[in-house]
Design a protein around this ligand. Sequence first.
Ligand code: FAD
Length: 375
Amino acid sequence: MAVEAKGSRELFKEVIEAGLCTYCGACSGGCPYLVPYKGKIALLDNCTRDEGQCYGYCPRTFLDMSAISQQVFGVPYGEDELGTVKEVMIARSTGKRIKEKGQYGGTVTALMSLALAEGLIDGAILTRTGKDKAASAYLANSAAEVLQGAGSNYLACPVLETYNRTPKDSHRKLGIVGVPCQVIALSKMKQKPPENRPDIGDVKLVVGLFCTWALSPDGFYKFLKENVDLPKVTRFDIPPPPAKRFDAYIGTERKSFPLEQIRQHTMPTCAYCLDMTAEFADISVGSVEGLEGWNTVIVRTRTGAELMETAKKKKKLEIDKLPAQNLAHLKEASLLKKKRALTEIIKRSGSKNKLLYLGLSPRLVDKFLNGQGGK
Ligand SMILES: Cc1cc2nc3c(=O)[nH]c(=O)nc-3n(C[C@H](O)[C@H](O)[C@H](O)COP(=O)(O)OP(=O)(O)OC[C@H]3O[C@@H](n4cnc5c(N)ncnc54)[C@H](O)[C@@H]3O)c2cc1C
């Protein structure tokens, strides 16, 4: 089943007003009417088109998981808690500057730099934190520019607007780093290529970030402004479990907030998201429980495997095995996200047969709902 042909009016009603917008940026930048502002997409004027790419590419309009999986991996969506996986490992950058600036092991920054150096891509769409500590997306054209994006900003950021704004005739090979909803929107674009944006075939590398939820660029930003000396902050972190805190660093000085306090500022839509590990990316990267300075890496596609191989050969990454216990925890956390999201979706829709935006087989719905991740 395909996404119904609808336009910005329906996008506004079914997604934005319904509190389901992820602020991924897939609908903005290619259209004069839809504009991101403080964590929300504003509709500046009524568009007369009955069918819009804004509606089609939104990660919260109909999402046929199996069709997307077929498109990206050539196989139907399966039972694995982590999605389609070639290999799981841990990695960290060997570069001194990347290690210093990177969130954990700097693997994402090292991979995007390497992809540029190898000519796999000509530019990377990344997110950086400005002096005001807001998150903004940009196109990096050199290793130095890639380094500007190192580090996590947990505010939702309309990354895909930068892709939409890249001139169609630029014919540049692009890499994109994004959270799971952004990777899903890109996968929808691969299914039905956009007309007025760069060729989706020119997106040669998609690196996904693990994500449990993102924070509101409005509410949480206000909270930060009131509670920390924002211009002086050098780093944000949500350390892996069992820490349960959000940290803002000023140099080595740390100010921590309990996650419970922070949770009220998460994007409401994250409660309906099944995907913790960016399941449709070439490579997905997250933290490693109990192992500071390293990343968990899930390699999913041939492109991803070849880039990891090059990183190893050229000694850009140090790579090791993910301990079995970490893999088990990762699967448990990923399953727990699926289970929570499905529970919320069903609570809202009132039926297991109506999953808001989600197209998932009844067998997988039951499997995820009854899985052992909900302890
Ligand atoms: C909103 C959010 C939630 C996350 N939740 C989890 C989680 O629950 N568990 C987990 O293990 N990891 C989570 N991560 C991922 C984690 O914070 C690291 O980004 C990841 O481990 C890669 O680490 P690194 O050392 O390779 O990063 P680096 O080499 O420092 O690269 C970080 C990359 O993140 C990108 N980035 C930064 N902020 C954003 C943003 N707001 N939106 C999109 N891209 C951004 C930058 O472009 C940069 O390329 C989350 C990240 C974000 C942005």
